[in-house]
Design a protein around this ligand. Sequence first.
Ligand SMILES: Nc1ncnc2c1ncn2[C@@H]1O[C@H](COP(=O)(O)OP(=O)(O)O)[C@@H](O)[C@H]1O
Ligand SMILES: [Mg+2]
Length: 354
Amino acid sequence: MKKFKIAVLANLKKNAPHWDGMPEDQWDDLDSEKTINAIQEALRSNGHSSEFFEGDLTLMTELPKYKPDICFNICEGHFGDSREAQIPALLEMLRIPYTGSRLFTLALALDKPMTKRILWWHELPTPAFQEFDRADEPLNDDLRFPLFVKPSREGTSMGVSAKSVVHTEEELREQVSFIIQKYKQPALVETYIDGREVTVGMVGNLVGPVARRMPLNPKAPRVQAGLYFLPPMEVDLKPYEITDAVYSNRLKVALAEQLDYLCPAPIPEELVDELNWLAAAVFRVMGAYDCARVDFRLNVNENWKPYILEINPLPGLSPDISDLVIEGRADGTSHTELVNMILEAALKRYGMIE
Ligand SMILES: Nc1ncnc2c1ncn2[C@@H]1O[C@H](COP(=O)(O)OP(=O)(O)O)[C@@H](O)[C@H]1O
Ligand SMILES: [Mg+2]
């Protein structure tokens, strides 16, 4: 394959700004040097050259000096409602190609209520919801307790704990006001989906519209409509039912290494097919590129009916603990292969390789 000069762009946790009164989980979704090194090693092992750059304004002068053919972008950004879209905006102004979703998709996916409005319009199953700018807004009639409260524009379950499940008007108001004040953004209130926690990762790009049911291709069962579906992963939350109830920030950050990740998730083949179809439909309606992960809850009270929680167009690529990487491993796809698959999807999309 042709060899390329690749700038790896990310926001390292250790370079992030700090201030008094900052939420303790503020930078939980930023990356470690270990992740960056693993990505660079993966690219180099395929013969590409690569250099790391912190995703900030210095790119405006540094990238034209380095002259990359393409950027491997995993920048989460620091500030602003559309922070994941900021570096891609800069790259488009500099006319440098980048891996992963375009800036519009990144901005949209970071905003969970906006994403849900799109899913709702397409009749894709997502919990009923309401966005609260203020804690005293009247609750919509279609929302019934128990409800779930989370920040509108965060990741890594920031602001998510057992307290996110609210059973009374009083608990609801308290949690909404806590989220608005702590994270300085609207709170998203949804129907609480009691059940199992499953996530589906995919790499590639859609080659045409998503059919209502994607035809199975017996020659390549994992590739459908141009997307390579990794096996779904379930996080076994049973041991934490009482302490956390859901996939909380505590579990994702402090206890990540000791959780039970079931991959492939022990679910029937038809349900895997359904999840893949839904994930592809979300990928399609959000205009995602190259790779993404879609998070679901399976409702225990509706025969495990899947509900879409969100799409992550910048899924974590930590070689040890990221969901996408665990899914790859379960399928015999190494971290190195996964990184190069994402790169290849982007190179093809830009017409830089066949
Ligand atoms: N409506 C809901 N019902 C039940 N659990 C939920 C709901 N929304 C979120 N959760 C729980 O909170 C976790 C984080 O929510 P998610 O929307 O995926 O945000 P993040 O971007 O932080 O991953 C989910 O993995 C799930 O365990
Ligand atoms: Mg999630």
